[in-house]
Structures are given as structure tokens and as C-alpha cells.
Design a protein around this ligand. Structure first.
Ligand code: ADP
Ligand code: MG
Length: 887
């Protein structure tokens, strides 16, 4: 059968997940169309999966996908027509069950449009035939699979494999990489199911499931030779085996005798009975594991070693031909465990997948890139990543995918992201924006009106921003600067440049408290400028206040508008938005930035981040932005002395606070953040702590309280009391994390410091040390031993050692990985399977250069040599990041 004929069964199976929501709808009635969720992404996903089996029906798939576009945000009437169209297109591709086909007729019957009763009437009419449409060119008979509801989309690997199997049965392999695993020799149904349950349904899944680490099993050692504290491979004979009943459970002890008569004790504390059978006395085995000292009288031991039987009669010869045995005599891949599939078996399966299918992995990177960067072909890189031969020494040293194989795979991953960023940046730049005047005189005037001269770094940032603003294309700049480096003043200068030209400026902050704080500081800085009106718009304004504020924004009377994401919401209309400043961008993600940008006729965008983001991450997250860095602090700051205290040393920490209070200073007491869902508990904890401090620790000292459950007004009042010095201590949850500015506060005490990320602590610490007086940061740790473990101590030590936000951020990134570092709230951060941002900076840089150069030379990826890349790019990003179109 030719490809053009399609594979009806495979196509039907691939499209079958669409039947579920449709069936639901046919039962509930078309009038319930509003209940459907996430239809557009579902259709996209399903269509994508179905493409290889479409044959000459591709166009039908395109139309099918088109019907769902915008579905999830469409009003009911549009949804109904969309469903009808979707069903028609689906029916043109595969046979659909009668009750679903009825949905299409339903919509086209005028009388049935509005009443649910008529809907159910129509669905109850069984004798109508299938809707015929212009695209319905098929006379196929219905296959059982096409109507099977069994295929739950929640088991994608099984689905993919089933589709591939159906395709193969139809005599068609559109993509050999989708071959089901059980087509490999040695994989039967039992192992297939076990692999599938780990998401390994096709040979492609196997190829992309890279080893977690390697073990160098090229050389064997005798027990005497094996150094303590290192992994070794040792062969020998089981001399003696014993299951010992210990107080808690059993343990297995095996004495291994090597060929020189040395003894090694093997220990298992958890094991399966089958292990005992494999280790009969006299069995010849090879073991691999960490060699330790200390078994009764000092004999060497190995706990939980990997064990492989030696060929019977093979004598000393370890199998060394890699083709005959992939588990010894080479650098051996160690994969994540698949329950029920022994490591050695898995290795054999991986070897077959690599030998038979790796060559089908196509290089989508342009040839020029591969050559310039001397990248290996992908197939070779994957092969070597599994079974290092050429790169064996590198793999043995690194003990994980490294060297050229790693470089090739990481390059592609990073390249795809950078390509998205490059395309996005280009998309923004080509659209006409506002050309502000931003003259040198206005800059001078604005800067002069500030209470202090700008720092050198602030000056040059303002210069770069002004230059961007003058250009007729939209500015897209990142202003990066450590806590307290004075980003607000820079933002204000930019805002005033826009205002002078008759535009509005928006400043969007991640939290209400920060928006409120920004409003206060801007108003303070603008005291001399009565003509500039600053307005605050947040979700917690009362309905009337909000309406009032929005009127001012709409009418243009508000020149600078400060707010939370409420600004990006639909009902905030600007009169003439010219500049959008976004603070702490990574908390919003790409999408919010995009929706704010739509508010004006392509406003300029300035993104500020107070979290010092390591360069690697900055490139990944903000690769489409130009960057200015504030790398110096305003003068007159004194360093903050930071100390970590155990709970038992609490009194000493309180003494520091008392001393500062006595000197007329103020203090923060910070409690750990609790989950969004536990705000009530947050309130309780904060209130309780305030009361405890007021009664037991700091009697007669007025203590204020801010937390996440307060209304904007309450919080504002509390902040104002603290700012005016009426409250001397402020107990706070991390709502004060960013932006709060009270120069007289010189000491901060953080409870349960171990629960914070280092960067977060650094942000917090930035709340003190804002005046000229010496400041203190006291980090208290929890009472339980686990929390105050060596790892926690090590982590917090970094805080004692440095106040350099970038160093802290790097340390944080290394300790916690990018996901945690950035928190879960941010969106648009791709996750990588291969690349590691901390170690792959050089690769990232190369990938970035190539991606940006490519977009420069072929802005729409239209050149034929970039066709494969374009397809791969769209497949990769579809539905995850609308990178190419944001903005
Ligand atoms: P960031 O937002 O970068 O953390 P802020 O903009 O809040 O920092 O500024 C920190 C503090 O420094 C504020 O009190 C601000 O008034 C002050 N400040 C900013 N720029 C200067 C400057 N050039 N000279 C003196 N003080 C400054
Ligand atoms: Mg700030």
C-alpha cells in the first residue's frame, strides 16, 4: 500500500481521542457546549499525532485543526458552529459514530439552534445517514478501532505505539522511529508493557532515554588493588552466602573470593529472593560498586553492587567484545531503573534500538551550523551517548553524558529555544513602534529633578533606554540590577520621557504590596512635579475606587499607572500607552508581557529584574531582549552583617535587635512564606508571632504586621505606620520580599531561614542596609535536626560570606536547579532533557549566535535548506510557547 492511500486504521486510532469530548457533548446536548475545556490544544495535539498517517488527507487535517482555533475563548454561538465544523471535517477523514455525526447536522438545522430539547430530539433520531461533506471522499468501512473509547489520552506512549502498530499492520511505516518497542528482537509482551509503563513505547523513546551515568568497566581490579572510596569492578567466586536476621528486616551477606585469594564482603539490605538464587556458592560473578572499608576487622566491602554472572567456563576472560556484551569490558551505560527489567536486559534492548534505528535520527540543524560548530551527526551523538566508544574516555571520566555527544544534543535543544527567541525578537522589531523625542535636554531636566545624582550605571542605562525610545521600533530591554541598585529611578526617568511626549507609562509589579510601594516611592520622587499624576490600579481596590482609577487611565489623566497584573487584564484601557515597565518579569512570564503590549500601539517595553539572574538563565529567559546592567549601588551604603543562628541561640539574635531598637532603629521580623492555599494559616502564624514578640520578647515596643490576607488599605496603613516610625518592628510574611524601602530599618530577623532560597534571602536582606547605618541580617534556623543539617548550613553560609547577588544566584542555581530557582509561577521556561544551564554556558552561547545569525539571514525560515529545521521547530514548540508570535 502506498503512502498516498493513507492508513485508515492508524488514522482513525490517532484521531480517536477527539471522540471522547464529542460523545460527551452528544449525550449532554449541544447546548452544553460551554462545558468543553482545552479543545484547541487537544485538537492540535491529536492532529500532530495523526499527521504521519494522513496520506493524501493532510489538507483535511489542516482544516480540522483550523476549526478548533480560538475555540476555548469563543462565545457559545461560535463554539456551536465550531463543533459542527469540527465534526464535519472529522467525518471527512474517518468514520464517526452516528450520534457524533448528528452534532454537525444539529447546528445546521435552524430550529435546533437554541433549545436543548430539540438537540436531544435530533440525537435521538437514529436512522439518518452520515453527514456527507465535500471532503468526505472515503467509502471505508467502520473499523472497531475508530470508535473505540478505550484509548485514553492519558497513556500517550501506549497510544503512540498502538498507532504505530496499526500503521504497520496496514503495511505502512511513516516513521521508523515510531516502531513499537516489541518489534525489537528480545522484547516480548511482558517487557513491552513494563517499558511502556515508563513511557518507553517506541524505539524513539528508547533512543532518547539517555543513560543517567556511566561506569568504566573496562578494567578489572583485584580486591587488594581496589582503592577505598572508589568504584571498582571485581571478579570472583561466591565463597559463602548468608541471610542474616537483623533487628530491622534481613540482610544478605556474600563473601566473594577473587583469583588472588582476596576477600570482598558484599552486602544487601534490600533484595529480591531471585538474587539469592543467582548467587549460589561457587558461582562466578563480576561485581561493580563503591569499595568501602570497615567490615568487622577491616575487610573491604561493597554495598548493593551491580552483579553480573560470568560466562560459565569463561575463566578469567571478561567478555570484551562490545557487540557480544554491553555490560562489561567497556564503559557501560547505567539507565534509570525500569521495574521488572534487569539492567543487563535493558542494556541489550537499548543496544538493539541504537544499532537498528539510530541512523534514522535526522539532522535538522542547517549544514552550515553543523560544519562551523563541528557538531557530530545526531545519530552518531545518540549512539555514543548510549554506548561510548569514540568518546569512552570522556564518558568514563565524566560518568555522565559528556563531551561531543552531549554537546551535539544540548546544542540542538538550546538552539531551538534561541531560535524561538530570535524569531520573537524579530517579530517585535519589524513592527513599527513609537519614536519618542527623548532629547538630551529632557533627560537632563528629568535627572536634575531627582533628589540625588544618578550613579554611573544608572546614567548609562537611562542613556541606552533613551536611545531605544528614540527609534521607531519598539524597545525591548531588560534592566538587570541587584537589590537596591536603584532600578526604580531609572524606570521613572524612562516613564517621564514618555509622559513628556504626551504618552502614558505603565509600571507593572508582581505583588500588590510592591505596586503600592512603587506608587509611594514614585510619588515621593515626583513631589516637585505636580503636573505628573501617578495612579494605582490593583485587584484589591474597592469597586468604586477601581472604577475611578480606570476612568483616569482611560481618559489619560493618569500619566504613570502602577499596578499588578490587573493592568494586563481586559478592563484596563489606556488612553495612550507608550511605555510598559515590567518589574520582576520572570514571575509573569512571556504571556503577560504580550498581553500588556497589546494595550498600546506597540509600546516600548522595559523589563526590570531585581532577582540577579545568572547570565545563562538570562539568555534563556530573556534572549530576545537587549540588556542593561546596574552593577553598582548608590553611594553611602554600608555592608550588611549576616549571621546564621541556631534556634538555641535565639536570645543572642534578639539581643542584636534590641541594640538596634535602642539606637532608634527599626527591625523586620520575617516569617516563611506559606502556600497560596494556606493564607489563613499564614495570617494565624503571623498574628501569633506578633503577639508572642509583643508579650515575651519586646514588651513596650509597638509592633506592626503585614501579611497576605490583608486588604490593600490595611496593608498600606501598616506600611505607612512603619515608614513613619510609629511601629518599630514589622512582622511580615515574605510579602515584603521586594521593593519595600524604609531606610531607618537596620535589622532583619528571618525565621526558618532554611526554608528560603538563597536568592530570596538576598532579596529580603536588601530591605535593610538602605541607609547609611550599619545593618544586620539574622538568619534563624529551625529546631529539628534535619533542617539544620550540614546541607542547610552549607547553603546559608553563602549568605554570611557574600552580599554579591550574582554569586548568590549562581550558588542557588547550582544547589537547586533552574526550575526551583525560578519558582513554579513563571511560565515560558522550557525544560531541557539534555542541556544543563549551569554547565553548558559555552554551548548556549554558540547556539545563540547561530540561531540569531540564522534568523538574520532567513527571517521566516523560508529557504529550502532550512525546511527541515522549520518543521522541527514548529513541532517542538506548538502548543507550548507561541514563541514566534508573541507580542
Ligand atoms: P531596586 O529597585 O533596584 O532594588 P530602588 O530603586 O528601590 O532599588 O532603590 C534603592 C534605594 O536607593 C532607594 O531608597 C532609592 O531612593 C535610593 N537611590 C536610588 N538611586 C540613588 C542614587 N543615585 N543615589 C542615592 N540613592 C539612590
Ligand atoms: Mg525595586
Amino acid at each position: 500500500m502506498t503512502r498516498g492511500g493513507g492508513a485508515p486504521e492508524a488514522l482513525a486510532l490517532a484521531l480517536s481521542p477527539l471522540l471522547q469530548p464529542l460523545r460527551l457533548l452528544s449525550r449532554a446536548g449541544l447546548a452544553r457546549v460551554a462545558v468543553l475545556r482545552e479543545i484547541e490544544p487537544l485538537v492540535q495535539r491529536v492532529v500532530e499525532q495523526a499527521r504521519p498517517y494522513a496520506g493524501d488527507l493532510e489538507a483535511g487535517l489542516d482544516r480540522l485543526e483550523e476549526t478548533a482555533r480560538g475555540f476555548d475563548s469563543a462565545p457559545e454561538a461560535r463554539r456551536r458552529t465550531a463543533i459542527a465544523a469540527l465534526v464535519r471535517e472529522l467525518a471527512g477523514l474517518v468514520d464517526v459514530p452516528e450520534e457524533i455525526a448528528a452534532l454537525a447536522r444539529d447546528e445546521s438545522t435552524p430550529t435546533s439552534k437554541t433549545t436543548p430539547t430539540s438537540t436531544s430530539n435530533t440525537t435521538a433520531t437514529p436512522n439518518s445517514t452520515r453527514t456527507s461533506t465535500p471532503t468526505s471522499n472515503s467509502t471505508r468501512t467502520s473499523t472497531p478501532t475508530s470508535t473505540s473509547p478505550r484509548d485514553s489520552p492519558s497513556r500517550p506512549p501506549a497510544r503512540r505505539a498502538a498507532i504505530a502498530a496499526a500503521a504497520q499492520k496496514a503495511g505502512l511505516t511513516p516513521d521508523p522511529l515510531l516502531t513499537p518497542v516489541d518489534h525489537l528482537r528480545g522484547v516480548g509482551p511482558a517487557i513491552r508493557d513494563k517499558l511502556r509503563s515508563k513511557g518507553l513505547g517506541t524505539v524513539q523513546d528508547l533512543l532518547l532515554n539517555l543513560p543517567r551515568r556511566y561506569e568504566d568497566r573496562r578494567k578489572r581490579r583485584t580486591v587488594a588493588e581496589a582503592p577505598l572510596g572508589e568504584r571498582s569492578v571485581i571478579a570472583g567466586t561466591v565463597a559463602w552466602i548468608d541471610e542474616v536476621r537483623a533487628r530491622r528486616g534481613r540482610r544478605l551477606e556474600v563473601r566473594l573470593r577473587d583469583d588472588e585469594g582476596g576477600y570482598l564482603m558484599l552486602l544487601w539490605f534490600h533484595y529480591r529472593p531471585s538474587l539469592v538464587q543467582r548467587l549460589r556458592t561457587g558461582a562466578r560473578i563480576v561485581v561493580s560498586g563503591d569499595v568501602r572499608a570497615g567490615w568487622r576487622g577491616g575487610a573491604k566491602t561493597m554495598s548493593h553492587p551491580d552483579v553480573e554472572p560470568l560466562e560459565p567456563g569463561g575463566g578469567d576472560a571478561l567478555p570484551s567484545d562490545p557487540a557480544s556484551d554491553d555490560s562489561f569490558g567497556r564503559v557501560v551505560p547505567v539507565y534509570a531503573d525500569v521495574e521488572g527489567v534487569p539492567a543487563r536486559t535493558y542494556r541489550r534492548i537499548a543496544r538493539r534500538a541504537v544499532d537498528e534505528y539510530a541512523r534514522h535520527l535526522a539532522d535538522v540543524l542547517p549544514r552550515g551550523v553543523l560544519e562551523r560548530r563541528e557538531l557530530w551527526p545526531l545519530a552518531e551523538a545518540v549512539r555514543e551517548a548510549h554506548f561510548p566508544d569514540r568518546s569512552a574516555d570522556v564518558a568514563a571520566t565524566a560518568q555522565r553524558p559528556a563531551g561531543e555527544p552531549h554537546r551535539r544534543m544540548a546544542f540542538e535543544e538550546l538552539f531551538m529555544v534561541q531560535l524561538g527567541l530570535a524569531l520573537r525578537r524579530r517579530g517585535v522589531k519589524v513592527e513599527p513602534g513609537i519614536a519618542f523625542r527623548a532629547t538630551e535636554e529632557s533627560i537632563e531636566r528629568i535627572v536634575k529633578s531627582l533628589p540625588w545624582p544618578l550613579t554611573r550605571a544608572q546614567r548609562s542605562s537611562v542613556g541606552a533606554i533613551a536611545q531605544d525610545m528614540r527609534k521607531p521600533e519598539p524597545m525591548n530591554r531588560l534592566l538587570q540590577g541587584d537589590v537596591g541598585s536603584g532600578k526604580t529611578a531609572v524606570a521613572l526617568c524612562a516613564a517621564l520621557l514618555a509622559v513628556e511626549d504626551g504618552y502614558q507609562a505603565a509600571l507593572m509589579a508582581p505583588t500588590e504590596i510592591l505596586a503600592e510601594q512603587h506608587t509611594r516611592s514614585l510619588r515621593r520622587l515626583l513631589r516637585e512635579r505636580r503636573d505628573v499624576h501617578v495612579e494605582l490600579v490593583t485587584g484589591s481596590l474597592g469597586a468604586r475606587e477601581r472604577a475611578h482609577a480606570e476612568r483616569l487611565v482611560r481618559g489619560g489623566a493618569a500619566h504613570i499607572v502602577v499596578g499588578t497584573h490587573a493592568l494586563a487584564e481586559e478592563d484596563t484601557d489606556f488612553h495612550k500607552l507608550g511605555l510598559a515597565v515590567i518589574d520582576e518579569q520572570h514571575r509573569f512570564g512571556v504571556m503577560t508581557r504580550a498581553s500588556l503590549m497589546k494595550k498600546g500601539a506597540r509600546p516600548d517595553v522595559l523589563v526590570m529584574t531585581a532577582t540577579p539572574i545568572p547570565r545563562t538563565l538570562a539568555l534563556t529567559l530573556y534572549g530576545d531582549l537587549d540588556v542593561s546592567v546596574l552593577d553598582e549601588l548608590p553611594p553611602g551604603r554600608t555592608p550588611i552583617a549576616t549571621r546564621v543562628y541556631r534556634d538555641a541561640q535565639r536570645e543572642r539574635a534578639y539581643d542584636v535587635v534590641r541594640r538596634e531598637l535602642k539606637a532608634g532603629r527599626q527591625a523586620y521580623v520575617v516569617l516563611p512564606l506559606v502556600e497560596e492555599s494556606e493564607k489563613l494559616a499564614d495570617l494565624k502564624a503571623a498574628t501569633k508571632e506578633r503577639d508572642r514578640l509583643a508579650v515575651d520578647v519586646f514588651p513596650d515596643i509597638p509592633i506592626g504586621l503585614v501579611h497576605g490576607r490583608q486588604s490593600a488599605q490595611e496593608r498600606n496603613e501598616a506600611m505607612d505606620r512603619f515608614l513613619r516610625g510609629e511601629d518599630r518592628i514589622l512582622v511580615a510574611t515574605t510579602v515584603i520580599e521586594v521593593g519595600v524601602d524604609v531606610p531607618n530599618a537596620t535589622v532583619m530577623l528571618v525565621e526558618h531561614a532554611e526554608r528560603f532560597g538563597l536568592s530570596q534571602l538576598h532579596q529580603l536582606r536588601g530591605r535593610v542596609g538602605r541607609g547609611a547605618a550599619k545593618s544586620h541580617c539574622l538568619l534563624l534556623t529551625g529546631t529539628s535536626g534535619a533542617e539544620w543539617g550540614p546541607a542547610a548550613r552549607e547553603r546559608l553560609k553563602v549568605m554570611e560570606e557574600t552580599t554579591d547577588g550574582f554569586r548568590i544566584a549562581e550558588a542557588d542555581l547550582e544547589l537547586r536547579g533552574p526550575g526551583e530557582f525560578l519558582g513554579t509561577r513563571q511560565s515560558g521556561m522550557p525544560d531541557f532533557a539534555v542541556a544543563e544551564l549551569t554547565r553548558d554556558q559555552a554551548i548556549l552561547q554558540e547556539a545563540r549566535e547561530e540561531a540569531f545569525a540564522l534568523v538574520q539571514s532567513d527571517p521566516d525560515l523560508r529557504k529550502p535548506e532550512n525546511e527541515a529545521l522549520r518543521d522541527a521547530f514548529h513541532n517542538r514548540w506548538r502548543g507550548r510557547l507561541s514563541l514566534a508570535r508573541v507580542g
